[in-house]
Design a protein around this ligand. Structure first.
Ligand code: FAD
Length: 550
């Protein structure tokens, strides 16, 4: 069995993981930290699937509380606490306001009891304990919220995150621990010996090159693509997944200014509906509709958008939000496990399933962002069990300790002061080259690694140039994305390394020449490749706006 630091034949791995979403990332980090030789293969960019299209919450799940699934809540709030510790730059406590109206399904008293239970399940270690607000205090706290029928509110705490960066940093930590990461590489099929999967057939999506790698165990962590991945080995029969679509819309905070994440029930169907403060923007979600087809093709439709606008204007009537206010949308596919799979297979909870297929592939499907670290550990326990059954000598493996070790941007995190302290350190390094707004952006995106970016700016002052006038993003972020963060395409940079696609009024289109030019130099693109990249990004923007044409 190969170990870290031992000479092993190249392209032969103990464990090959298909899928660079949060699930695959968590498996890779845990396995590499234990000392397994790990390969992670992602057909597009890290987190390009569902893991950059969530509601971006690290939460215990009040919904589970309502259904009496206390163990799920207990597990999730414990994970919330771990993630705040290991990724304080990416996982931030956020106050949630739960307004109570005269016609609300539950009154103040019942919700208050639920909140005590929620705080209790976190062993009273929530970022802050919940509190009840009178009608008058709710009006003062959230003046745009509808006053008609309002009785009061509960305020409780969960966390917000940058889902794409949480996934990326998890992958980068796996890489630091020795994992090999191949993005823009698609698994086209399995290599089999006597019915068992012993390797993968790969194709590089950027160069077109194809080749094979060997692996003692293969993990299928392809989320909503799980059934398609399994079909590469043979007919699946009963689908394991029952995917649903969820969309979000983004508006400028000047149009919908909120201090809390506001959590209400949609007036049409009573589903949970959030408006979430996001710096200079506010995003609104989400929908839940059955989804069939290729998860890569999921987009927001006019009906989806209308559904969210209806609820927004019901709860924030004075804001008068219209389609014209929407800067961007995103759509994701929930990798929900079908009831049959949850009931009949080795279901460890109704949230996810872990199955050893007859060909030896280990499938992990379902779950959520919040609990990815635990899911990763569970999968690697299963992988180790399988390796042992195969006669491997695993005596050199160590404990992963993923709950104790910070993600890359949190290494050296200051004891006091949090993000403000890191922002000040970045300003101290960058001096006049870096504005306060840019320092804050770098701290919130990269944590302590923002200091490395500031050092690069000092070494190359031209990289302090703003990507778009009036915004905080700078050119040095493009260099960092390519050199230190696995970015390979213009879409990777525009959508997930920066968030220009979501946050800029014109979805970053005004900066594509500058950014693609810089990437062309760094990656050796020809003029043709560069123009193809621009076309691909424009197409992506167009897809997110397609609902306007309906
Ligand atoms: P994905 O992120 O989709 O990753 C699978 C990856 O596999 C993809 O990147 C894909 O490109 C890759 N892949 C597929 N086929 C191949 C192949 N042949 N070769 C190589 N790579 C391949 N959870 C929370 O905790 N909090 C929330 O607030 C929250 N909100 C949500 C809101 C919405 C609308 C949705 C849809 C989900 C939400 N979730 C939330 C759930 C959470 O986002 C998902 O459970 C999680 O992101 C799934 O991650 P994954 O890695 O399993 O799947």
């Amino acid at each position: 069995m190969a170990r870290r630091n031992t000479a092993a034949p190249k392209d032969r791995f103990d464990l090959a993981i298909i899928g660079g979403g949060i699930t695959g990332a968590g498996v890779a980090r845990d396995a590499a930290r234990r000392g397994l030789r790990v390969l992670l293969v992602e057909q597009s960019d890290i987190a390009s699937g569902t893991s950059s299209r969530s509601s971006k919450l690290v939460h215990g799940g009040l919904r589970y509380l309502e259904h009496g699934e206390l163990s799920l809540v207990f597990e999730a709030v414990a994970e919330r606490g771990v993630l705040v510790e290991i990724a304080p730059h990416l996982v931030h406590p956020m106050p949630f306001l739960l307004p109570v109206f005269e016609d609300s399904r539950r009154g103040m008293f019942t919700i208050n009891i639920g909140m005590w239970l929620y705080d209790g399940l976190s062993l009273f270690r929530s970022p802050k304990l919940h509190k009840s607000l009178s009608r008058r205090r709710v009006r003062a706290a959230e003046p745009q919220l509808r006053a008609g029928g309002l009785k009061g509110a509960q305020v409780y705490y969960d966390c917000s995150t940058d889902d794409a960066r949480l996934t990326l940093e998890t992958v980068l930590d796996a890489e630091r621990a020795g994992a090999e990461i191949r993005t823009h590489t698609r698994v086209e099929g399995f290599v089999k010996e006597q019915g068992r999967v012993v390797g993968l057939k790969l194709s590089d999506q950027l160069s077109g090159a194809v080749h094979e790698v060997g692996a003692s165990i293969v993990v299928n962590a392809t989320g909503p693509w799980s059934d398609q991945t399994l079909e590469m080995s043979g007919p699946v029969g009963q689908p394991r997944m029952r995917p649903t679509k969820g969309i979000h819309i983004v508006v400028n905070a000047s149009r919908l200014k909120i201090e809390h994440a506001v959590c209400c029930m949609h007036p049409d169907d009573g589903r949970v509906f959030f408006t979430i403060p996001w710096g200079e923007q506010t995003y609104i979600g989400t929908t839940d509709t059955d989804f069939e087809g290729d998860p890569s093709a999921v987009i927001a439709t006019a009906d989806d958008v209308a559904y969210l606008l209806a609820a927004t204007n019901d709860y924030f009537p004075d804001a008068l939000i219209t389609a014209e206010d929407i800067i961007s949308t995103w759509a994701g596919v929930r990798p929900l496990v079908s009831d049959e799979a949850a009931d009949h297979e080795s279901s460890v909870s109704r949230e996810h399933v872990l199955v050893v297929e007859t060909d030896g592939v280990v499938t992990i499907a379902g779950g959520k962002l919040t609990t990815y670290r635990r899911m990763g550990a569970e999968v690697v326990d299963k992988v180790v069990e399988q390796l042992e059954e195969g006669g491997a000598d695993l005596s050199g493996l160590t404990a992963a300790e993923t709950e104790l070790n910070p993600l890359p941007g949190a290494i050296g995190w200051p004891e006091d002061g949090g993000l403000d302290a890191v922002s000040k350190k970045i300003s101290a390094v960058g001096g006049e080259l870096i504005s306060d707004a840019t320092a804050a952006l770098l701290a919130g995106s990269y944590g302590m690694r923002g200091i490395n970016i500031a050092e690069r700016v000092v070494a190359q002052p031209e990289s302090a140039a703003l990507l778009i006038d009036g915004r905080a993003e700078i050119l040095a972020q493009i260099d960092w994305a390519v050199e230190a963060e696995l970015a390979g395409t213009l879409c990777d940079v525009m959508m997930r390394r920066t968030q220009l696609y979501y946050r800029d009024d014109d979805q970053g289109l005004g900066a594509v020449e500058l950014i693609s030019g810089r990437m062309a130099k760094l990656l050796g693109w020809t003029e043709q490749v560069r123009s193809d990249q621009i076309v691909a990004y424009r197409d992506e923007v167009q897809r997110s706006r397609a609902w306007r044409d309906a």
